[in-house]
Write a protein that binds this ligand. Structure first.
Ligand SMILES: Cc1cc2nc3c(=O)[nH]c(=O)nc-3n(C[C@H](O)[C@H](O)[C@H](O)COP(=O)(O)OP(=O)(O)OC[C@H]3O[C@@H](n4cnc5c(N)ncnc54)[C@H](O)[C@@H]3O)c2cc1C
Length: 435
């Protein structure tokens, strides 16, 4: 019996387990046993998080439960706290206290984290978009800002409440700005005292072109599309500091905004801090071209946490595409079905810019506008596991093309907490503590 232990149920870990699933049997007769340990019970489809912020899709539709993805593997929801590489054993905190596991092969697929210290004030006053929780929080925050605006008399405070600033012109920044522009345009009429001309979305990017990973023509097309939607795109501008209602720019100007979303910067998973024995470079685990961790037989790393070399001397980039490709490859290596080095070329990249528009490059073909947006949706729909989930997302997207987004603002409060809660006005003014 070979036991494979996978840490992390994101794109990389979940794909690996799904690929190994046909070789696992529950009757104890199988030569393969797979255990997946992950902090959350689901894989998050990060590229779809801006759609949650823009209330275009429900949060439960951008995740896939791990027990559904790979029912034959053993799944344990837990946070791994220590790893002993020599014995390939780990310790993790679970719903039932600390548990230990030991395996023949240990696969590290625990991704990375959002960085909160890129700009002073970001951790205290800014917002990031990395988890479903972040996306739900931002969705609620948008609704909350409009409701607050209706009750605010000070013109200065109203201006800050109606202004949304997104920092970073990469994929998530562009998509978040587009999603915000869409949701504000669709829902402002429910808030008659927060008129459209007092709402704004500003996208700050320190480069000359948005989406620097794409050809320049697509970066320009993305900026044109966002501007046509009313987004203020400021290129060559970087934020120096974020305050509760301000963003200080490098040129000395100050933007009034109570809601700043920073989509820049990632940092290593804190698990790596405790792994002094492991070869690391710039917060990633150094692997050979078979995704094996140098010096530790039976230890492998894939996805965002791994630095895997490519045949041309560069390294695999931190995207879902590469994470999935590495997982597919490692599944073959672990089964002994592939002994060649890992190689993968990006199929292309795409981003939505809001209002049924997007930009895409696929196998060298460049698309803008509606065709790019349709391609984006078709691609992510195809990536969703199970037919039922694909159908639900398809219905929701179709619904969203004809009806306004849902403006229900859920506050997760139990009956037992209601009377003991702080006066509502007190909790409302704590800008970053909203539920
Ligand atoms: C907003 C956003 C938009 C993006 N858009 C795109 C895009 O359009 N195209 C693209 O290709 N890529 C995109 N990406 C990047 C892509 O999501 C990542 O490259 C991909 O998720 C990497 O997969 P992974 O499995 O390595 O890590 P993750 O998907 O982050 O998964 C890591 C897993 O490890 C678990 N974990 C972490 N620590 C522990 C621990 N101590 N114990 C147990 N489990 C742990 C986590 O819970 C998680 O399940 C985007 C990312 C973000 C944040």
């Amino acid at each position: 019996m070979t036991h494979i232990l996978v840490i992390g149920g994101g794109f990389a870990g979940a794909t690996l387990v799904r690929q190994l699933a046909p070789y696992i049997r529950r009757d104890g007769q199988t030569p393969l046993e797979v255990t997946l340990i992950s902090e959350e019970s689901y894989t998050t489809y990060h590229p779809m998080l801006p759609e949650v912020v823009g209330a275009a899709i429900f949060p439960e539709h951008v995740v896939a439960p791990l027990r559904e993805v790979a029912p034959k593997a053993r799944f344990v929801m837990g946070r791994v706290s220590t790893i002993d590489f020599a014995s390939r054993s780990i310790e993790c905190d679970t719903l039932h206290g600390k548990r230990s596991f030991k395996a023949d092969h240990l696969v590290l697929a625990f991704g990375n984290r959002a960085r909160l210290d890129v700009i002073p004030g970001m951790a205290e006053h800014g917002h990031v978009l990395k988890t479903v929780g972040d996306a739900m929080h931002l969705r609620n925050l948008v609704l909350r800002r409009l409701a607050q605006m209706e009750l605010e008399d000070s013109p200065r405070a109203r201006a800050a409440l109606g202004s949304f600033v997104v920092i970073g012109g990469g994929f998530s920044g562009v998509e978040t700005a587009g999603a915000l522009a869409d949701v504000l345009a669709s829902i402002h009429h429910y808030y008659p005292l927060a008129p459209r001309d007092q709402l704004s979305v500003t996208l700050l990017h320190d480069g000359d072109l948005l989406l620097p990973q794409l050809p320049a023509s697509l970066g320009k097309a993305a900026a044109t599309s966002l501007r046509a939607r009313g987004v203020v795109v400021q290129l060559g501008t970087s934020a120096l500091a974020i305050g509760p209602t301000t963003v200080h720019l490098r040129d000395g100007s100050i933007l009034q905004s109570a809601t700043t979303i920073a989509t820049i910067g990632t940092r290593a998973n804190p698990l790596l801090d405790a792994m002094a024995d492991l070869p690391q470079q710039r917060g990633r685990i150094v692997c050979n071209d078979h995704c094996a961790v140098a010096g530790w037989p039976g230890v492998w790393a894939i996805g965002d946490c791994a630095q895997v070399p490519l045949p041309d001397g560069s390294y695999a980039i931190q995207t879902a595409q590469f994470a999935v490709a590495q997982a597919n490859y490692l599944a073959k290596v672990l089964r002994g079905a592939d002994t060649t080095a890992f190689r993968y070329r990006s199929r292309g990249m795409m981003a939505t810019t809001g209002h049924h528009k997007g930009v895409a490059e696929l196998f060298g073909l460049r698309l803008t506008g509606l065709p790019a947006w349709l391609l984006w949706r078709a691609y992510y729909l195809s990536q969703m596991p199970t037919l039922g989930r694909k159908f639900r997302v398809f219905v929701e997207w179709t619904w969203g093309m004809f009806f306004r987004p849902d403006i229900t603002h859920f506050r997760f409060e139990r009956s037992s907490e209601r009377d003991a809660a702080l006066p509502i006005a007190t909790t409302m003014t704590k800008s970053n503590k909203e539920i």
